[in-house]
Structure formats: structure tokens, C-alpha cells
Design a protein around this ligand. Structure first.
Ligand code: AMP
Length: 209
């Protein structure tokens, strides 16, 4: 399954809920890049500047990390992609990778929200520095201020969640990623879904699926 949608619509949170429900891993290219940056690996050093500005990482680097990740044992019964593909070229490469694994896309989920709502939500978002769990200070605050309920890690606001960068990410999304909705129309089962909260979006999706 692929989760499409602009930054800030809750792909990560909905992806976590789906992963738990179906017992398959959620793969977030954004999480993989953030981890590499935190650990200062060669990949992290290469992508640090781009991700900080909200620019896309080049396709060849991104496809290579996805290829490596989905070759792992836990992906053999399927997986949920969060934040990949983000360009037509990545989508074509994913098609090839899936073919090679004898898997097919069950569904492509397009989560959509109005732009003002996206900006509002992103400004309220906090991420766990340890396990990447996402909180919304309004809808789903942590029990203890600044601390992750799940692992006790410290919560932080991502650099790319500052308003100026968010606007840049939204315009990159419109230009490079939104065309994927057309790409998948007719090719895969495309599900369009919206909702007030990630929980509501998840529940609607489960009904549809
Ligand atoms: P995300 O957490 O999905 O919003 O990703 C954070 C950042 O990682 C993005 O703003 C990009 O810089 C980079 N990134 C994540 N996924 C991709 C992708 N599929 N292609 C290119 N860059 C990506």
C-alpha cells in the first residue's frame, strides 16, 4: 500500500495505525533520512541540507534506500509506504521493484486536507527524537509535556516544520508529487480520503478496505 498526500496530512500517523492493524511494516523514507542525519552517517551528511530546506532528495539515492529496506525479511508479506514515491520516476521504479518481488499494490491512499488546515496542524506537531512517534498538541498530546508516551524519548519540532519551510514543501508537493494521483488513476486502486483527525481518516479507510 502507498500513502499519498501533501506533507502534514497525517500520512505517518495513519500509516502507523494501518501497520499495527495489518501486522506489516510501515516504511517512511523521511524517517530513514532523519535517522541517518541524527547518526551522522554518510547518507545523513549527503541529505541533511536538502531535507532541512524541504527539498526532495535525488531519486537515485531515495530509490536505493527503498530497495534495500524492502528486501528485508519483514517486508515479504507486504508493507506500507509513507512518503514514497514522491515523483513519477520513483513510482516507476517502485513498480519494477514490486514486480521483482511478486507483489502488487493493493491500494494507493490519497489523504487530502485544505492547505490552511495543513499549516495549522504542522505547527502543532511534535515528533519523538527516539522512536519517531508523532503527536499533535491539540488532538493527541503526550501524557507528559515534551515526553513520548511510548518510549520516554524527548519530543521536538522538526526543522522542516517551521512555517516558511512548510510553504516550500507544499509547493514542491504540488509540482512533483501531486501528478502521482493521475499516474495511479487507472493503474491501481486509488482511494481518496479526508477527515478531521488521523483516527477518523484511519477508521474511514478500514471501512473502505
Ligand atoms: P517526510 O517526513 O516524508 O515529510 O520527509 C522529510 C524529508 O525527507 C522530505 O522533505 C524530503 O527532503 C526527504 N524525503 C522523504 N521521502 C522522500 C522521497 N520519496 N523522495 C525525495 N525526498 C524525500
Amino acid at each position: 500500500m502507498v500513502l499519498l498526500g501533501a506533507p502534514g496530512v497525517g500520512k505517518g500517523t495513519v500509516g502507523d495505525m494501518l501497520a499495527e492493524k495489518f501486522g506489516i511494516p510501515k516504511i517512511s523514507t523521511g524517517d530513514i533520512f532523519r535517522k541517518a542525519i541524527a547518526e551522522k552517517t554518510p547518507l545523513g551528511r549527503k541529505v541533511n541540507e536538502l531535507t532541512g530546506k524541504g527539498e526532495l532528495v535525488p531519486d537515485d539515492i531515495t530509490v536505493a534506500i527503498v530497495k534495500e529496506r524492502i528486501a528485508k525479511e519483514d517486508c515479504k508479506n507486504g508493507f506500507i509506504m509513507d512518503g514514497f514515491p514522491r515523483t513519477i520516476h520513483q513510482a516507476e521504479e517502485l513498480d519494477k521493484l514490486l514486480k521483482g518481488m511478486n507483489l502488487r499494490l493493493d491500494a494507493v491512499v490519497n489523504i487530502f486536507l485544505p492547505k490552511e488546515e495543513i499549516i495549522r496542524r504542522i505547527s502543532l506537531r511534535r515528533t519523538c527524537g527516539n522512536c519517531s512517534m508523532i503527536y499533535n498538541l491539540n488532538f493527541s498530546p503526550p501524557k507528559k509535556d515534551g515526553v513520548c508516551d511510548k518510549c520516554g524519548g524527548l519530543l521536538y519540532q522538526r526543522d522542516d516544520e517551521k512555517e516558511e519551510t512548510v510553504l516550500n514543501r507544499l509547493s514542491i508537493y504540488e509540482k512533483q508529487t501531486a501528478p502521482l494521483i493521475k499516474y495511479y488513476e487507472g493503474r491501481s486502486r486509488l482511494i481518496n480520503v479526508t477527515g478531521e483527525t488521523s483516527k477518523e481518516i484511519f477508521e474511514r479507510l478500514i471501512e473502505i478496505l
